[in-house]
Design a protein around this ligand. Structure first.
Ligand code: BJW
Length: 229
């Protein structure tokens, strides 16, 4: 029997046990900061210093020595190596824990915290330091236009054509650690439903849990290795 390609959609819940906050849990980022103040292009135009401070703190948190891939990230790498067909991870996360674990075929649909983009020339650069309104673009030299290379509300997520092709080809769709509150990622399960087996692995039922064939609830570090191995 030929085994089908797999698409795995991941969200902030997979990185929570690595020490990174989720967005919509009671202790999440949006309980402390209004998303309208930091995660829109309008917020950046209005108060770039505020937006830079928010992302600089999160970029620094990512480099804390205690933050590392957990058992769920590692299990997905094992799955990719063991499965005879392609396993593509589409992550909404801007952290780099999937790549640190060694995940092949990884798509960052909401961008990456460890990259900066110049709004003047469009160049994207690896970026580990703080950004400010004085930061100059290494490509065009212009100061003032560097922003975190992440996707804010109202902006088009990245690699949507590539993701559509992976969704069209997959026979198994796993959704891990995401609330299903943000589109277009929240719509992926409906896109593949009927053609692919769909499984949710999340701490608790997500908003779209009824759309899945199967749901397994518990911490990612427990339920993901148990499902994969
Ligand atoms: C655990 C756990 C543990 C905890 N183990 N689990 C209808 C259709 C289309 C668009 C829209 C629409 N309605 C509205 C929109 C627009 C908007 C949107 O979705 N708004 C909603 C609020 C309604 N979407 C957009 O603007 C997007 N762009 C867009 O739509 O462009 C047009 C377009 C249309 C059609 C096709 C294509 C394009 C862009 C969205 C950008 C989101 N950006 C952010 C910030 C990124 C930068 C940053 O990090 O600061 O992305 S917002 C934030 O939410 C972040 C996340 O990636 C995203 C999703 O959050 P996630 O990962 O699900 O986290 P949580 O906290 O919500 O959930 C965590 C889950 O884990 C929970 O369920 C926990 O239970 C669980 N959990 N611990 C396992 N240990």
């Amino acid at each position: 029997m030929r085994l089908p390609p797999i698409v795995v959609l991941t969200g902030a819940g997979i990185s929570r046990e690595s020490g990174l906050a989720t967005f919509r849990d009671a202790d999440g980022i949006w309980a402390k900061v209004r998303l309208e103040d930091v995660a829109t292009a309008e917020a950046f135009a209005r108060d770039p210093d505020r937006v830079h401070a928010f992302y600089n703190a999160r970029r620094r948190a990512l480099r804390d020595p205690s933050v590392a891939p957990n058992a769920a990230h590692h299990a997905l790498v094992r799955l990719a190596h063991a499965w005879p067909a392609p396993v593509t991870v589409v992550t909404q996360n801007v952290d780099d824990l999937h790549e640190r674990a060694g995940q092949p075929r990884l798509i960052h649909m909401h961008g990456e915290l460890a990259k900066a983009r110049c709004t003047a020339c469009g160049a994207v650069h690896p970026w580990l330091d703080d950004l400010s309104t004085a930061t100059a673009c290494p490509s065009c030299g212009r100061a003032g236009g560097m922003r975190p290379a992440v996707v804010w509300f109202g902006e088009m997520p990245l690699a949507m054509d590539e993701i559509a092709a992976e969704l069209a080809a997959c026979g198994l769709f796993l959704s891990i650690g995401t609330s299903g509150a943000v589109w277009p990622a929240a719509g992926f399960v409906a896109e593949v439903r009927g053609r692919a087996r769909t499984v949710e692995l999340n701490l608790e039922p997500s908003e779209g849990v009824r759309l899945f064939d199967e749901a397994i609830h518990g911490p990612a570090t427990v339920v993901v290795p148990a499902f994969v191995d």
